[in-house]
Design a protein around this ligand. Structure first.
Ligand SMILES: N[C@@H](CCC(=O)N[C@@H](CS)C(=O)NCC(=O)O)C(=O)O
Length: 209
């Protein structure tokens, strides 16, 4: 069984949401770990196999280590028969891959630059800003409920997760806001909350005395 390292209310929560949506949460061994938070609280958990103590982190049945949310989410979708992405070679596969890599390559750096108040020509030159990200989302969502069309894919899960985590940074666009709401509505928020409470309890139980 693949091992997923997870910490509640973090970037690994979207991987749990994906597994729930695919009905595959039981097919993965979720190891709940502590992490160091942005405010300095928490600790690096010795149980976490990630080389820098981050989450998410996945170890496959063959022992291969996978880091980065997008890679982990694509791997899990593929492992379970691609229920949430266009098949390899099918139409829109390229568009899907673009959104998946745009997340880590552009959206996250632009979002972090915005909330930390960083404005440097090198950052803007390399990544652009949330203004361009908002424009891309608006044009990508024109006349369709999800990024690739009628069906929700992993691309929606990862792209919308940024704004579920930081609603105040959601672009001021009715189209983008309605899409974030649609993605949230597709997820089982009750089951997710219950899971996160249990995950937190497991972490507490394993804390050093
Ligand atoms: N680009 C990585 C970022 C992973 C990441 O920074 N995760 C945070 C949790 S939200 C973390 O583990 N922080 C702990 C630390 O930095 O030590 C991904 O998307 O997987």
């Amino acid at each position: 069984m693949p091992k997923l390292y997870h910490s509640p209310q973090s970037r690994s929560s979207r991987v749990i949401s994906q597994l729930m949506l695919m009905g595959k949460l039981d097919a993965v061994d979720v190891i709940c770990v502590e992490i160091v938070k942005n405010d300095g609280s928490g600790r690096r958990d010795p149980k976490n196999a990630h080389p820098e103590g981050k989450v998410p982190f996945l170890i496959t049945d063959a022992g291969e280590e996978i880091r980065e949310s997008a890679a982990i989410m694509m791997y899990l979708d593929e492992l379970f028969g691609q229920p949430l992405s266009p098949k390899v070679g099918a139409a829109q596969r390229g568009e899907y891959l673009s959104w998946m890599t745009y997340y880590g390559g552009v959206l996250e750096p632009a979002l972090v630059a915005q909330f930390s108040g960083l404005d440097h020509p090198a950052l803007v030159g390399t990544f652009r800003t949330m203004v361009e990200v908002a424009a891309q989302l608006e044009s990508g969502l024109k006349d369709k409920p999800f990024l690739l069309g009628a069906e929700l894919t992993v691309a929606d899960l990862i792209m919308a997760s940024a704004f579920q985590w930081a609603p105040h940074l959601t672009p001021d666009s009715p189209v983008v806001k309605a899409w974030v709401d649609r993605v949230s509505a597709a997820l089982d928020s009750g089951a997710m909350e219950e899971f996160e409470v249990k995950a937190q309890q497991m972490i507490k139980l394993s804390e050093p005395a």
